[in-house]
Design a protein around this ligand. Structure first.
Ligand code: PGA
Length: 246
């Protein structure tokens, strides 16, 4: 059965207050004029959560963050807890993005601990998995993603509070994408290895989703939405991707 799709914009460490305000208000008024049957989430950097939250309040758009601590509170300089994100009206948090796995050497076990904290706070987690190298053969690729899934999901994960984002690392920010067949195969594999409680969770594709390839990717029956980086910072491109998901 095909699910309602989710398009989530991952702004990464981009954006200032003025830019965020005009971008989100532009998206908001376009969606008010022409709504789509698609769930939309915006995941700005922490300092923009309040502004973006205010700009989307009263709409169906949801707010998301890009990481959280596994810990509840205390002396952890620079960290932010899942409860604090919930306090900022976040509904989503992205965990285990490849940039965090690489730049911050985050392990899947750490991702699972963060996920448990996020679920406890009432957040829906978008957990990212994906192989690094485009040249990896299908067996290696599959083994890597399977292991990431097995280790990154907390016991609290279920089909509602968890969204999987398959993001081949080599496709992120490069303009390269896997073939439709490869996306389909990986999404089927992921759907097949999810624990029973998580079966049926939405599986997004991420990695160079753009206005001009969104339709081809999002019409694949196995793809339940997109995690969008660069193109989510451009109003018209992001809107085209949302339209393609409807
Ligand atoms: P991209 O990033 O769309 O810029 O490739 C996707 C992501 O990293 O989530």
């Amino acid at each position: 059965m095909s699910k309602r799709k989710l398009v989530a914009g991952n702004w990464k460490m981009n954006g200032q207050r003025a830019m965020a305000d005009s971008l989100v208000r532009g998206i908001r008024s376009a969606l008010a004029a022409k709504p789509y049957e698609v769930d939309v989430a915006i995941c700005p950097p922490f300092h923009l959560l309040a502004d973006v939250g205010a700009a989307i309040s009263g709409t169906a758009m949801k707010l998301g963050a890009q990481d959280c601590s596994a810990l509840a509170d205390g002396a952890y300089t620079g960290d932010i807890s899942a409860t604090q994100l919930r306090d900022m009206a976040c509904d989503y948090v992205i965990l285990g993005h490849s940039e965090r796995r690489e730049v911050h050497a985050e392990t899947s076990e750490q991702v699972a601990a963060k996920m448990a904290a996020a679920h406890k706070a009432g957040l829906t987690v978008i957990v990212c998995v994906g192989e690094k190298d485009a040249k990896m053969n299908a067996i290696t690729r599959t083994a890597i993603v399977k292991e990431q899934i097995a280790k990154s999901l907390s016991d609290s994960a279920d089909a509602k509070n968890t969204v999987i984002a398959y993001e081949p690392v080599w496709a992120i920010g490069t303009g390269l994408t896997p073939t439709n067949d490869d996306i389909t195969t990986m999404h089927r594999m992921i759907a097949g290895v999810l624990p029973d409680k998580v079966k049926g969770a939405r599986i997004l594709y991420g990695g160079s989703v753009k206005a001009d390839n969104a339709e081809t990717i999002l019409k694949l029956p196995e793809v339940d939405g997109a995690l969008v980086g660069g193109a989510s910072l451009k109003k018209d491109d992001f809107l085209k991707i949302i339209a393609a998901a409807s």
